[in-house]
Design a protein around this ligand. Structure first.
Ligand SMILES: [Zn+2]
Length: 447
């Protein structure tokens, strides 16, 4: 333990120091020299100092460097080690994160800062108690890749149908979020899903809510939601989801939530006069694509949760309402992200900007020219899961003519069955479709 988690080890020692000092183990506040116990303690203390550096909190909690390395008397001043481990771990995490940002490019730094914003990890810990908080496995995987700064798909385009130079993964690996090809479709859909959730939860906690109210104070502007709470206050809310790590916003995103705060200011400029004329408060509800919520969004959710109390305004307790609101909004953003990325990926595949991968499906088709396997479905198709290494060696020896012939005899029913495998990677599925020249009106293509 002292090797894997020295902070936890030292915190454990600190928590039981009074017991050790009262026993024969360390009656004089000093661990017995020459024992494994003392050696482990000294090693863990050294590793802990390395992890937490010279932060002022750690200097208070840890024994002075000049003290006897085997002395634990310093910990007697911290009864039961209260908040000891949490404080040291927080210091160590802060130092690690700072080092990570220091060595990162501006875009990576923008992503890292956004991923450490308020509630950015809520979708990872949300319990799927209802459909609003549930993420399909494939969406979860892609969202995790995005959070880690990886390309969303293995076989990503190098050039986009929008012809933006930023589509090069070396410039913006998550170009799909800012591709104008999907700006009026799936980007709007993601926005609308969050807008609808705000509307839904406002009503659930006992408020009256109207979507996109028209002619508010004679203005042609339409905020996303007009909400009246049980205390008589009126709110105008407008949702926006921004991408901090795109080339346009990356300079603002060198501060945590910098892009979101900028968007919030723009919303105030756009709606404040109308809200004032309507006797309402303007609340910009801004989130970043990596999941973090701007301060006003967090404050608004907490205010809505305030109205939830058992048997009065809603069926929810405040804690439940807060948890469900944050979880459902976090999941909606991530699912919306994946749909945006999927749409761009599909558009580029259709445009021929994605090079088909060489994969097992293609080679297995060639194998079917030789009688390696009898088809389980009575067709000439081969079950790809049954191909062994010997078969594969024969496959690679097959002529191009064999492959050309077998492309024709693969039945579409097998293609659709292949594509319908639960939890499959759509990218791979569609690559198969391209390799086998499936007709353009197939269901797999329409997905
Ligand atoms: Zn694009």
């Amino acid at each position: 333990m002292e090797k894997n988690s020295p902070i936890a080890y030292i915190s454990g020692i600190a928590a039981v120091t009074h017991v050790l000092c009262e026993s024969k183990i360390a009656p004089d506040g000093k661990l017995p020299a020459g024992t494994n116990f003392a050696a482990d303690y000294v090693s863990a203390l050294h590793d802990t100092r390395t992890a937490v550096g010279d932060h002022k909190d750690s200097q208070i909690l840890l024994p002075p460097i000049s003290s006897d390395p085997q002395s634990i008397a310093h910990f007697a001043g911290f009864p039961e080690g209260k908040r000891f481990q949490r404080t040291l771990s927080h210091v160590a995490d802060t130092i690690r994160f700072s080092r990570l940002c220091d060595g990162a490019s501006p875009m990576e730094r923008a992503r890292l800062l956004s991923c450490s914003g308020a509630y950015s990890s809520a979708w990872l810990t949300t319990i799927p108690t209802d459909m609003r908080c549930r993420m399909p496995a494939r969406h979860y995987r892609i969202a995790a890749r995005v959070r880690l700064g990886l390309a969303p798909f293995d076989n990503q385009y190098k050039q986009c149908v929008c012809l933006s130079p930023n589509a090069d993964p070396k410039i913006d690996i998550h170009h799909g979020f800012s591709c104008f090809r999907v700006r009026r479709t799936y980007v709007n859909k993601r926005h609308d899903n969050v807008k609808n959730l705000v509307h839904y939860w406002a009503k659930q906690v006992g408020c009256a809510a109207v979507k996109e109210p028209q002619n508010v104070a004679g203005s042609q502007e339409r905020a996303d939601n007009q909400i009246d709470d049980p205390d008589g206050r009126r709110y105008l809310c407008d949702v926006s989801i921004v991408q901090p790590a795109c080339p346009t916003h990356v300079s603002k995103a060198q501060q945590r939530l910098g892009t979101a705060k900028f968007a919030a200011i723009e919303k105030h400029i756009q709606y404040d006069a109308m809200a004032f004329a309507d006797g309402a408060e303007m609340w910009p509800l801004i989130a970043e694509v990596y999941g973090s919520l701007e301060d006003d969004f967090v404050a608004f959710i907490k205010r809505m949760a305030f109205f939830a109390s058992d048997g009065i305004n809603s069926q929810w307790s405040r804690a439940e309402a807060l948890s469900q609101m944050i979880g459902s909004i976090a999941v909606a953003i991530q699912i919306g992200n994946v749909k945006v990325l999927d749409a761009v990926q599909h558009a580029n595949r259709r445009a021929g900007f994605i090079r088909p991968k060489r994969n097992i499906h293609n080679d297995n088709v060639a194998a079917n020219a030789a009688p390696l396997h009898a088809s389980s479905s009575g067709s000439n198709a081969v079950d790809v899961d049954e191909v062994n290494d010997d078969d594969m060696s024969r496959l690679h020896q097959g002529s191009s003519r064999d492959r050309a012939q077998t492309r024709v005899i693969i039945p579409r029913s097998l293609m659709l069955q292949e594509n319908s495998v639960a939890d499959s990677d759509e990218e791979d599925d569609n690559d198969v479709g391209e390799l086998l020249h499936v007709p353009a009106n197939s269901a797999a293509r329409d997905r």
